[in-house]
Design a protein around this ligand. Sequence first.
Ligand SMILES: Cc1cc2nc3c(=O)[nH]c(=O)nc-3n(C[C@H](O)[C@H](O)[C@H](O)COP(=O)(O)O)c2cc1C
Length: 321
Amino acid sequence: MAIRTSFTELFGVPHPLVLAPMGGASGGALAAAVSEAGGLGLVGGGYGDPGWLERELDTVADATDKPWGAGVITWAASEDAVRLILSYRPAAVFLSFGDPAPYAVLVKETGVRLICQVQDVAGARQAAAAGADVIVAQGTEAGGHGSRRATLPLVPAVVDTVAPVPVLAAGGITDGRGVAAALMLGAQGAVLGTRFCATPESLYPDWAKKRLVAGSGDETSRTRVFDAARDFGWPAPYTGRALRNAFVDAWAGREDELRASAQARERFALGHQAGDPDVGLVWAGEGTDLITAVEPAGELVAQIAAEAEELLRTAARQLDH
Ligand SMILES: Cc1cc2nc3c(=O)[nH]c(=O)nc-3n(C[C@H](O)[C@H](O)[C@H](O)COP(=O)(O)O)c2cc1C
């Protein structure tokens, strides 16, 4: 038996599970592995580097005939990056972090589905007005960039606001329990990021995968330190959830000073490149506690879907007949 929702129907996929389009983690191999296993794999086009996108889109397109998609960071995206993705005829384009309107028409006129990730109810209204086919309600528990609202109250609020547009839940969802809970909140599926970083197919370096396996949600925090260290101009209200380390502790509250210091930024770049855990950046969500091993993405999709199905069956038996 499989879980059928309006999301699985829309994309013709067996499981209501989506791989988040994570810059630096979701390359073509990971997206293909998730799609092959019955989820929807999304390539993380991040800031829209065309060389990277071409390589990874070639990889996913060659590796699977199942539906897949790709995402870019809206405020940093360009029409060229979106057109490049569309030229591969994906099942979906995923836009997050900013008003999707400038690219929505472009995506929709090609007949490709538009998935918009939002961080609050106002953002959900904006995405619905832009014509999003699916809206992802992303809670602050999420790894990587996000904002302030928590998944548990945000998801049903977005569901109510944008109905009948299908909503997916994101942020802190790591296993079948989280997926089942998301469905109970009215979501039609779940977007998982951090869990898929700890897979052989993810582009995370091995030292970062090890830190995820050893780390816990307690050790994560939302910070602007890594964006300052990389001199990225993320607009308010976005911060990034990552594993805290000595570098974050040293620079928290002094982000402008860090951005202005070429020497400090160079120290970060070298430490990160070398895999120094006291310096390097590991985006990680609050669900990190539940990651205890690096496991193949396809196996994770199967396990997580089976666990969610079993929980829903068990929950139904709890009712007094
Ligand atoms: C390593 C990493 C990179 C991410 N990069 C992006 C990105 O480039 N674009 C995007 O829309 N979301 C990005 N996200 C956020 C995800 O879309 C998603 O909301 C999040 O991973 C869900 O929460 P979880 O990590 O707790 O599963 C990233 C998340 C992580 C962990």
